[in-house]
Design a protein around this ligand. Structure first.
Ligand code: AR6
Length: 206
């Protein structure tokens, strides 16, 4: 019964899955890789990733949703990071920093800046892979065992979803194959994106 399985996977993993939503799980070297549709701000993984911009001051899309769900303390924490860790500079594309999750169920937010899809496309693909890799490394450095990602760069930043999905899935699978981490969740905002990521993942692991 798919419905029953969905309930078991979601409650065992702290995932917020409505009955109309999609969910799949594959095992990669003792780790769990989960794809789902849903709202990332509601997920109970140790960290959720924000597709931010270099100012770290909030914005639209998933960034806006995360800042509203976390409350005002999040932007204050981001200001501190700009001042203390980045010498007043912006966070560079492909890099990642960590704050608490404040009013959200996730303990931490890992903020990364995805590339804008224009100019040197090959370079942009490397930068997108850097986002996933640096966020995962930061999770490991902070002893976290579960992390949720949104589809970085495929909204306002216009990265084609199929290319972004291939890069995201390959980078995450490579990372999980090398170590015992725990659980990586991709939280997609539409069923269309879910199907695209699902195909990309199955092309690698099936
Ligand atoms: N949960 C999961 N995914 C979401 C949610 C949510 N609550 N809300 C939106 N998405 P975007 P980008 C999806 O534009 O392309 C901001 O203004 C959305 O449908 O949020 O990296 C920042 O400040 C899409 O699939 O991020 C930057 O300036 C995906 O999240 C800029 O946008 C990413 O879309 C970053 O652009």
């Amino acid at each position: 019964k798919p419905k029953k399985i969905k309930q078991i996977i979601s409650s065992a993993n702290g995932l917020h899955v409505n009955k109309e939503e999609q969910l799949m799980e594959v095992t990669i070297h003792h780790n769990s890789m989960i794809l789902m549709t849903g709202d990332i701000t509601k997920q109970e993984t140790d960290a959720i990733v924000n597709a931010a911009n270099g100012t770290l001051m909030g914005g639209g899309g998933v960034d806006g949703a995360i800042h509203s769900a976390a409350g005002k303390e999040l932007v204050e924490a981001c200001k501190q990071i700009r001042q203390n860790e980045l010498n007043g500079d912006r966070l560079r594309t492909g890099e990642a920093v960590i704050t608490k999750g404040y009013e959200m169920p996730a303990k931490y937010v890992i903020h990364t800046v995805g590339p804008v899809w224009s100019g040197d496309k090959e370079k942009k693909q490397t930068l997108l892979a850097n986002c996933y890799e640096n966020a995962l490394k930061l999770a490991v450095d902070n002893d976290l065992a579960s992390i949720s990602f949104p589809s970085i760069s495929t909204g306002v930043y216009h990265f084609p979803v199929d290319t972004a999905a291939q890069i995201a899935m390959q980078t995450i699978v490579d990372f999980l194959q090398g170590r015992s981490f725990g659980k990586v969740v991709m939280v997609l905002y539409s069923e269309k994106d879910y199907d695209t990521y699902r195909k990309a993942l199955l092309a690698i692991v099936a």
